[in-house]
Design a protein around this ligand. Structure first.
Ligand SMILES: Nc1nc2c(ncn2[C@@H]2O[C@H](COP(=O)(O)OP(=O)(O)OP(=O)(O)O)[C@@H](O)[C@H]2O)c(=O)[nH]1
Ligand SMILES: [Mg+2]
Length: 338
């Protein structure tokens, strides 16, 4: 058989004559073999409508399909997400070791185990990142709380924040909220206060709410608390200088509630310090992790979420309904009394 013919005894290559005594140019065995060698496209039978039978049903996608990205999302990815739906951006500030990552890890563990009262986990585009930060919290030493549940946050890119995405569904009304939560190193807040380095916090301009995380133990310690309160005031000053009127609602998340309670006079001092910059904050005591039976791990985080998604103020009723009072028609009442 010659390479260009499917007939076993083909002699065209040797003698230029067809063994079946057909015209070599039109012999169906040769025509079929040649078209198969040229790629086979014309070898496929065409239907009467000209549609190629056996051709791929769909065009190949332009890019190779891949699973969606699941690590922290950059500002561009959050921007893209925001173009399709409303995403509440949460600014999270706080000094190193204050408990920022612990709040995020604990929030994820609560939501994923259906323990976030009133809310259900709906989705996350950054599952791997949540898994990464909560990995430490899964390894318990025989029921004992490990010394460190989370590790110090370091950024791959020292200029761009990385966001975690969490979609929660409110059980009461089925409303879904998409939260973009940055896990930033405490040094960023330190630099903002000490040297006004604000370029990395540009995203705060589109934030809906701001969590300032403070280690509650430092507010209980007589030696430490004055310094902490002064730095909170400085931070408020920096934020006002940077964001002015558009400063989002501020929530003061005070961690380690399992170990320390904030004394009421200290809270008053914090409020007074913030008010020097005309800033007000809602204080939310939390305990992302705890081995105190009185405060379960994740204590207060649902309050933090409820406060974060709450509307800043109720919209006034456009046309309020007023019940007529019996003697409100003053003019007629006047005539009647004449
Ligand atoms: N018991 C207890 N431990 C806590 C609480 N909050 C945080 N921690 C622990 O405090 C340590 C520091 O918390 P992180 O969340 O890593 O602190 P961070 O603010 O993210 O720190 P940086 O990433 O360095 O900025 C971790 O080992 C946590 O397990 C709390 O409310 N109770
Ligand atoms: Mg951290």
């Amino acid at each position: 058989m010659s390479a260009a013919c499917t007939f076993e005894g083909c002699t065209v290559a040797e003698t230029q004559r067809c063994a079946l005594e057909k015209d070599p140019e039109t012999c169906p065995n040769r025509v079929k073999a040649i078209s198969l060698m040229q790629g086979g496209a014309s070898a496929r039978p065409a239907t009467s409508e000209g549609v190629d039978l056996g051709a791929p049903v769909l065009d190949a996608p332009a890019e190779n399909p891949s699973f969606p990205r699941s690590t922290t999302l950059g500002t561009a990815a959050i921007g893209e997400m925001m173009s399709g739906k409303y995403v509440s951006v949460v600014g999270i500030l706080g000094y190193p070791e204050s408990g920022k990552t612990a709040c995020l890890a604990s929030l994820y563990l609560l939501a994923s185990n259906d323990r976030l009262t009133g809310w259900s986990f709906a989705d996350s585009c950054s599952l791997m990142a949540f898994e990464e930060i909560s990995r430490g919290a899964r390894r318990w030493n025989g029921g004992e709380l490990p010394d460190q549940m989370t590790v110090h946050t370091e950024m791959g890119d020292d200029r761009q924040p990385g966001f975690l995405h969490l979609r929660l569904k409110r059980d009461a009304d089925g409303r879904c909220v998409d939260l973009a939560l940055p896990d930033l190193p405490g040094e960023w807040t330190k630099d903002l206060v000490a040297t006004s380095r604000a370029d990395r916090f540009e995203f705060l301009r589109s934030a809906d709410v701001l969590w300032v995380v403070v280690d509650g133990r430092t507010l209980q310690s007589v030696e430490l608390r004055q310094g902490v309160i002064s730095r909170l005031g400085q931070l408020a000053g920096r934020l006002i200088a940077m964001l002015g009127e558009s400063l989002p609602r501020l929530l003061l998340a005070v961690t380690h509630r399992d170990q320390a309670e904030i004394p009421a006079p200290v809270l008053e001092r914090i409020r007074a310090e913030l008010w020097k910059h005309e800033v007000v904050a809602t204080v939310v005591p939390v305990a992302p992790f705890s081995d105190n039976a009185e405060f379960k791990p994740g204590f207060g985080l649902v309050d933090l979420i409820n406060e974060s998604v709450a509307q800043p103020h109720e919209a006034p009723s456009f046309w309020p309904a007023t019940e007529p009072e019996s003697d409100a028609r003053a003019y007629l009442s006047h005539r009647r009394s004449q």
